[in-house]
Write a protein that binds this ligand. Structure first.
Ligand code: ADP
Ligand code: MG
Length: 249
Protein backbone atom coordinates (compact mmCIF):
# COMPACT_ATOMS: atom_id res chain seq x y z
CA UNK A 1 0.00 0.00 0.00
CA UNK A 2 1.42 3.36 -1.00
CA UNK A 3 1.96 6.23 1.43
CA UNK A 4 -0.51 9.09 1.42
CA UNK A 5 -4.26 8.94 1.20
CA UNK A 6 -6.05 6.24 -0.70
CA UNK A 7 -9.82 6.02 -1.08
CA UNK A 8 -10.92 2.89 -2.90
CA UNK A 9 -14.34 2.16 -4.32
CA UNK A 10 -16.14 3.94 -1.52
CA UNK A 11 -19.86 3.64 -1.12
CA UNK A 12 -21.12 6.06 1.48
CA UNK A 13 -24.53 6.27 3.06
CA UNK A 14 -26.13 8.97 5.17
CA UNK A 15 -29.73 8.95 6.37
CA UNK A 16 -30.71 6.05 4.08
CA UNK A 17 -29.27 7.78 1.02
CA UNK A 18 -26.23 6.72 -0.96
CA UNK A 19 -24.08 9.84 -1.28
CA UNK A 20 -20.96 8.41 -2.89
CA UNK A 21 -20.71 5.34 -5.05
CA UNK A 22 -17.56 3.67 -6.36
CA UNK A 23 -15.65 6.75 -5.31
CA UNK A 24 -11.87 6.40 -5.61
CA UNK A 25 -9.14 8.96 -4.98
CA UNK A 26 -5.39 8.73 -4.45
CA UNK A 27 -3.37 11.56 -2.94
CA UNK A 28 0.28 10.44 -2.80
CA UNK A 29 2.36 11.53 0.20
CA UNK A 30 3.08 15.28 0.29
CA UNK A 31 0.87 16.19 -2.67
CA UNK A 32 -1.84 18.84 -2.68
CA UNK A 33 -5.00 17.90 -4.54
CA UNK A 34 -8.20 19.84 -5.12
CA UNK A 35 -11.65 18.28 -5.07
CA UNK A 36 -14.17 20.41 -6.89
CA UNK A 37 -17.85 19.96 -7.50
CA UNK A 38 -21.21 21.70 -7.25
CA UNK A 39 -23.23 22.00 -4.04
CA UNK A 40 -24.62 18.69 -2.92
CA UNK A 41 -22.07 16.59 -4.84
CA UNK A 42 -20.96 14.83 -1.65
CA UNK A 43 -17.67 16.63 -0.94
CA UNK A 44 -18.30 17.41 2.72
CA UNK A 45 -19.76 13.94 3.26
CA UNK A 46 -16.49 12.47 2.00
CA UNK A 47 -14.50 14.74 4.33
CA UNK A 48 -16.60 13.70 7.31
CA UNK A 49 -16.38 10.00 6.43
CA UNK A 50 -12.59 10.36 6.18
CA UNK A 51 -12.46 11.72 9.71
CA UNK A 52 -14.75 9.15 11.31
CA UNK A 53 -18.05 11.03 11.60
CA UNK A 54 -20.55 8.50 13.00
CA UNK A 55 -23.47 9.59 10.75
CA UNK A 56 -21.62 8.70 7.54
CA UNK A 57 -21.60 4.97 6.95
CA UNK A 58 -19.08 3.31 4.69
CA UNK A 59 -21.00 0.44 3.11
CA UNK A 60 -18.30 -0.65 0.70
CA UNK A 61 -14.69 0.15 -0.05
CA UNK A 62 -12.01 1.48 2.26
CA UNK A 63 -9.89 4.50 3.11
CA UNK A 64 -6.18 4.08 3.89
CA UNK A 65 -3.73 6.61 5.21
CA UNK A 66 -0.08 5.60 4.90
CA UNK A 67 -1.21 2.01 4.53
CA UNK A 68 -3.46 1.99 7.62
CA UNK A 69 -7.20 1.51 7.19
CA UNK A 70 -9.17 4.30 8.84
CA UNK A 71 -12.54 2.87 7.88
CA UNK A 72 -13.54 1.78 11.37
CA UNK A 73 -11.44 4.18 13.41
CA UNK A 74 -12.76 6.81 15.81
CA UNK A 75 -12.20 10.51 15.03
CA UNK A 76 -9.53 10.92 17.74
CA UNK A 77 -7.58 7.91 16.47
CA UNK A 78 -7.73 9.30 12.92
CA UNK A 79 -6.59 12.67 14.19
CA UNK A 80 -3.63 11.04 15.95
CA UNK A 81 -2.59 9.49 12.65
CA UNK A 82 -2.07 13.06 11.51
CA UNK A 83 -5.24 13.80 9.54
CA UNK A 84 -6.84 17.17 10.17
CA UNK A 85 -10.21 18.41 8.94
CA UNK A 86 -11.03 22.09 8.61
CA UNK A 87 -14.83 22.05 8.69
CA UNK A 88 -16.99 23.83 6.14
CA UNK A 89 -19.32 24.75 9.01
CA UNK A 90 -17.31 24.71 12.25
CA UNK A 91 -19.24 24.02 15.46
CA UNK A 92 -19.85 26.74 18.01
CA UNK A 93 -18.94 25.75 21.55
CA UNK A 94 -20.01 28.02 24.39
CA UNK A 95 -17.65 28.09 27.36
CA UNK A 96 -14.60 26.71 25.54
CA UNK A 97 -12.02 29.28 24.51
CA UNK A 98 -10.06 29.08 21.27
CA UNK A 99 -6.78 28.80 23.22
CA UNK A 100 -8.05 26.04 25.53
CA UNK A 101 -9.49 24.09 22.65
CA UNK A 102 -6.23 24.15 20.70
CA UNK A 103 -4.21 23.40 23.83
CA UNK A 104 -6.28 20.32 24.66
CA UNK A 105 -6.04 19.12 21.08
CA UNK A 106 -2.25 19.49 21.19
CA UNK A 107 -2.02 17.76 24.55
CA UNK A 108 -4.11 14.85 23.30
CA UNK A 109 -1.61 14.43 20.46
CA UNK A 110 1.47 14.46 22.68
CA UNK A 111 3.22 11.91 24.76
CA UNK A 112 2.00 12.51 28.36
CA UNK A 113 5.61 12.54 29.57
CA UNK A 114 6.50 15.42 27.29
CA UNK A 115 6.69 18.78 29.03
CA UNK A 116 4.47 21.38 27.50
CA UNK A 117 5.15 24.91 28.63
CA UNK A 118 2.33 27.43 28.59
CA UNK A 119 4.80 30.14 27.54
CA UNK A 120 5.89 28.15 24.47
CA UNK A 121 2.29 27.42 23.61
CA UNK A 122 1.26 31.08 23.72
CA UNK A 123 4.37 32.20 21.86
CA UNK A 124 3.44 29.88 19.00
CA UNK A 125 -0.25 30.68 19.15
CA UNK A 126 0.36 34.43 19.00
CA UNK A 127 2.89 34.00 16.22
CA UNK A 128 0.30 32.28 14.04
CA UNK A 129 -2.50 34.61 15.14
CA UNK A 130 -0.38 37.56 14.03
CA UNK A 131 0.21 35.88 10.69
CA UNK A 132 -3.55 35.37 10.30
CA UNK A 133 -4.26 38.98 11.39
CA UNK A 134 -6.23 37.86 14.41
CA UNK A 135 -6.37 40.17 17.38
CA UNK A 136 -4.93 38.84 20.70
CA UNK A 137 -8.38 38.90 22.27
CA UNK A 138 -9.42 36.23 19.75
CA UNK A 139 -7.73 33.44 21.74
CA UNK A 140 -10.00 33.94 24.76
CA UNK A 141 -13.27 34.07 22.83
CA UNK A 142 -15.64 31.08 22.93
CA UNK A 143 -14.93 28.76 20.01
CA UNK A 144 -16.74 30.02 16.89
CA UNK A 145 -19.45 31.73 18.94
CA UNK A 146 -20.41 34.94 17.16
CA UNK A 147 -17.45 34.62 14.77
CA UNK A 148 -17.83 36.08 11.30
CA UNK A 149 -17.49 33.67 8.38
CA UNK A 150 -13.90 34.78 7.83
CA UNK A 151 -13.00 34.44 11.53
CA UNK A 152 -14.33 30.88 11.56
CA UNK A 153 -12.16 30.00 8.57
CA UNK A 154 -9.07 31.64 10.03
CA UNK A 155 -9.70 29.80 13.31
CA UNK A 156 -9.69 26.49 11.41
CA UNK A 157 -6.40 27.45 9.77
CA UNK A 158 -4.96 28.48 13.16
CA UNK A 159 -5.75 24.99 14.46
CA UNK A 160 -4.06 23.45 11.44
CA UNK A 161 -0.92 25.57 11.90
CA UNK A 162 -0.70 24.68 15.60
CA UNK A 163 -1.40 20.95 15.16
CA UNK A 164 0.89 20.58 12.13
CA UNK A 165 -0.94 17.63 10.63
CA UNK A 166 0.57 15.29 8.06
CA UNK A 167 -2.53 15.64 5.93
CA UNK A 168 -5.12 18.42 5.94
CA UNK A 169 -8.60 18.23 4.49
CA UNK A 170 -9.74 21.80 3.94
CA UNK A 171 -13.46 21.96 3.30
CA UNK A 172 -14.31 25.26 1.56
CA UNK A 173 -11.68 27.11 3.52
CA UNK A 174 -12.00 29.87 0.92
CA UNK A 175 -15.66 30.72 1.44
CA UNK A 176 -16.22 34.01 3.22
CA UNK A 177 -12.61 35.13 2.91
CA UNK A 178 -11.47 38.30 1.20
CA UNK A 179 -8.42 38.23 -1.05
CA UNK A 180 -5.98 39.24 1.70
CA UNK A 181 -7.24 36.58 4.07
CA UNK A 182 -7.13 34.05 1.26
CA UNK A 183 -3.47 34.83 0.63
CA UNK A 184 -2.70 34.44 4.33
CA UNK A 185 -4.46 31.08 4.40
CA UNK A 186 -2.56 30.01 1.29
CA UNK A 187 0.73 31.04 2.95
CA UNK A 188 -0.14 28.90 5.98
CA UNK A 189 -0.80 25.86 3.80
CA UNK A 190 2.37 26.48 1.78
CA UNK A 191 4.55 26.75 4.88
CA UNK A 192 3.41 23.39 6.30
CA UNK A 193 3.71 21.84 2.88
CA UNK A 194 7.28 23.08 2.55
CA UNK A 195 8.46 22.54 6.13
CA UNK A 196 7.10 19.06 6.65
CA UNK A 197 5.66 17.90 3.36
CA UNK A 198 2.10 18.15 4.58
CA UNK A 199 -0.31 16.79 2.01
CA UNK A 200 -3.74 18.31 1.52
CA UNK A 201 -7.12 17.84 -0.06
CA UNK A 202 -8.66 21.21 -0.78
CA UNK A 203 -12.39 21.05 -1.27
CA UNK A 204 -13.88 23.99 -3.08
CA UNK A 205 -16.32 24.95 -5.76
CA UNK A 206 -14.59 28.17 -6.69
CA UNK A 207 -11.34 28.20 -8.67
CA UNK A 208 -10.13 31.30 -6.78
CA UNK A 209 -8.17 29.49 -4.04
CA UNK A 210 -6.34 27.49 -6.67
CA UNK A 211 -4.76 30.69 -8.00
CA UNK A 212 -2.85 30.93 -4.72
CA UNK A 213 -2.15 27.26 -4.10
CA UNK A 214 -1.66 25.45 -7.32
CA UNK A 215 -2.55 21.84 -6.67
CA UNK A 216 -0.67 18.84 -8.07
CA UNK A 217 -3.97 17.49 -9.32
CA UNK A 218 -7.62 18.53 -9.58
CA UNK A 219 -10.58 16.15 -9.37
CA UNK A 220 -14.12 16.99 -10.40
CA UNK A 221 -16.88 15.25 -8.47
CA UNK A 222 -20.44 15.04 -9.76
CA UNK A 223 -23.27 12.97 -8.34
CA UNK A 224 -21.09 11.09 -5.92
CA UNK A 225 -18.29 10.13 -8.28
CA UNK A 226 -15.09 11.60 -9.71
CA UNK A 227 -15.83 12.28 -13.36
CA UNK A 228 -12.51 13.89 -14.36
CA UNK A 229 -8.99 14.32 -12.95
CA UNK A 230 -6.36 16.57 -14.41
CA UNK A 231 -4.38 19.72 -13.88
CA UNK A 232 -5.08 23.45 -14.13
CA UNK A 233 -6.57 23.09 -17.63
CA UNK A 234 -9.72 21.77 -15.91
CA UNK A 235 -10.20 25.20 -14.35
CA UNK A 236 -10.42 26.76 -17.78
CA UNK A 237 -13.01 24.20 -18.82
CA UNK A 238 -14.92 24.84 -15.63
CA UNK A 239 -14.92 28.58 -16.12
CA UNK A 240 -16.12 28.13 -19.68
CA UNK A 241 -18.87 25.59 -19.33
CA UNK A 242 -19.53 25.19 -15.58
CA UNK A 243 -19.91 21.81 -13.95
CA UNK A 244 -22.46 20.74 -16.60
CA UNK A 245 -19.65 20.49 -19.13
CA UNK A 246 -18.31 17.51 -17.18
CA UNK A 247 -21.65 15.79 -16.75
CA UNK A 248 -21.86 14.20 -20.17
CA UNK A 249 -18.50 12.47 -19.74
P1 ADP B 1 -21.23 19.16 -0.82
O1 ADP B 1 -20.29 19.32 0.32
O2 ADP B 1 -20.58 18.63 -2.06
O3 ADP B 1 -22.02 20.39 -1.10
P2 ADP B 1 -22.61 17.34 0.97
O4 ADP B 1 -21.66 16.23 1.20
O5 ADP B 1 -22.74 18.35 2.06
O6 ADP B 1 -22.30 18.04 -0.43
O7 ADP B 1 -24.05 16.74 0.72
C1 ADP B 1 -24.29 15.73 -0.25
C2 ADP B 1 -25.73 15.26 -0.11
O8 ADP B 1 -25.88 14.55 1.10
C3 ADP B 1 -26.73 16.40 -0.07
O9 ADP B 1 -27.87 16.02 -0.77
C4 ADP B 1 -27.02 16.55 1.40
O10 ADP B 1 -28.31 17.05 1.64
C5 ADP B 1 -26.88 15.12 1.90
N1 ADP B 1 -26.42 15.07 3.30
C6 ADP B 1 -25.17 15.36 3.75
N2 ADP B 1 -25.09 15.23 5.08
C7 ADP B 1 -26.32 14.85 5.49
C8 ADP B 1 -26.88 14.53 6.78
N3 ADP B 1 -26.15 14.59 7.89
N4 ADP B 1 -28.18 14.15 6.81
C9 ADP B 1 -28.92 14.10 5.68
N5 ADP B 1 -28.45 14.37 4.44
C10 ADP B 1 -27.18 14.74 4.34
MG1 MG C 1 -19.80 20.91 1.41
Amino acid sequence: MSSGLSVRQLQLQVENRIILKEFSLEVPHGEIHALMGPNGAGKSSLAKAMTGHPDYHILQGDIHFDGISIRDQAPDAISKLGIFLAFQHPLEIEGLSVANFIRSALQAHRNPQETFLATDFYAQLYHYMDALHLDRSFSSRALNVGFSGGEKKRCEVLQMLMLKPRFAILDEIDSGLDVDALKTVADGIHSLHKEQKMGALMITHYPRLLQYISPDRIHIVLNGKIVRSGSMELIEELEHGGYQSFSSL
